[in-house]
Design a protein around this ligand. Structure first.
Ligand code: FAD
Ligand code: FES
Length: 272
């Protein structure tokens, strides 16, 4: 429960209001656990004097204690984190929650579907796939954003496009934009999907996830082949305070990644 001190090694502005921090341990020793910070897990980041917020792991799994987090400025705590520069310190508790079911990828056609900041918790999955550790049969990344310049990791997206099938869609763009214009569900609906082999990992604003799930189900993908990452306010992150309760689930402990089959009845209740 006690945050460890971490030092900001590098700070990268992704676009105005959204930044990525590379952190190293300033105190304590890294635990040589190859499972530490699995793709899809999150840490509680503590801005001293402001408070703690849950933020997904957005970098490679590391055993030397290094961490990467991408943060959008929303309110009190994320604004305090935004003000921190290279060399400054923050507190970290974690990692918490269960991650993406990487063990299910082997031999499957993986559909990674991200909206806006939702690419952050999926980026470590892409890293794993690029190392070809998971044995996927085919990988497609569908990424939707508001504008071309409001996409995360733009340089990496260009690199990924060489080894992965990348479909990008933005809400607004000029004629120089080579990708789709509109919502990401349009190219998703048009895609050929082998429903017996496909597995979908979805992360983004809740409304975007609802529409993507609708599209996938309509195409015949079973509920058991769809996974999504949920967000709710958190305090303890360890399943004790009840702040993140969602139906019978605690998002911090039972999630944040859920199989759609297990939570579809809760997702149907708006504003739960
Ligand atoms: C498991 C998990 C993983 C997360 N991963 C990331 C991540 O990788 N990067 C990241 O930037 N954020 C992530 N978040 C969201 C992040 O925790 C919140 O943005 C943060 O807690 C806001 O705290 P704050 O004190 O800055 O804002 P607050 O003062 O709490 O809120 C300010 C305003 O922002 C609104 N707000 C708060 N949270 C959200 C939200 N999630 N979406 C939209 N509006 C919101 C509030 O309603 C309020 O109007 C994650 C959340 C969870 C539960
Ligand atoms: S944040 Fe306390 S129970 Fe989940």
């Amino acid at each position: 429960m006690i945050p460890l001190l971490y030092r900001i090694e590098h700070r990268q502005e992704e676009y105005p209001g959204t930044f990525t921090l590379q952190l190293s341990m300033a105190q304590g020793r890294a635990v040589a656990d190859p499972e530490a910070g699995r793709p899809g897990q999150f840490n509680m980041l503590y801005a001293f004097g402001a408070g703690e917020v849950p933020i997904s792991v957005s970098g490679p799994v590391s055993t030397d204690g290094a961490l990467v987090h991408t943060i959008r400025t929303q309110g009190l705590v994320t604004r305090a984190l935004q003000r921190l520069g290279q060399g400054e310190q923050l507190g970290v508790r974690g990692p918490f929650g269960c991650g993406w079911p990487l063990e299910r990828i082997r031999g499957r056609d993986l559909l990674i579907i991200a909206g806006g900041l939702g690419l952050a918790p999926l980026r470590p999955v892409v890293y794993k796939l690029l190392q070809d550790e998971q044995g996927a049969r085919r990988v497609r990344l569908f990424y939707g954003a508001r504008r071309p310049q409001e996409r995360l990791y733009r340089r990496e997206l260009t690199q990924w496009a060489q080894s992965t099938e990348l479909v990008q869609s933005v809400d607004h763009a000029d004629s120089a934009w080579p990708g789709h214009i509109g919502v990401i569900t349009d190219p998703l609906a048009a895609a050929q999907i082998d429903t017996g082999k496909a597995l979908a990992f979805v992360c983004g604003p809740e409304i975007m996830m609802r529409f993507c799930i609708q599209t996938l189900i309509k195409k015949g993908l079973p509920e058991s082949a769809i996974y999504l990452s949920m967000e709710r306010n958190m305090k303890c992150a360890t399943g004790h305070c009840g702040h993140c309760q969602w139906g019978p689930n605690f998002i911090c402990k039972d999630g944040p990644v859920f199989c759609y089959r297990d939570i579809h009845s809760w997702l149907r209740i708006r504003a739960l």
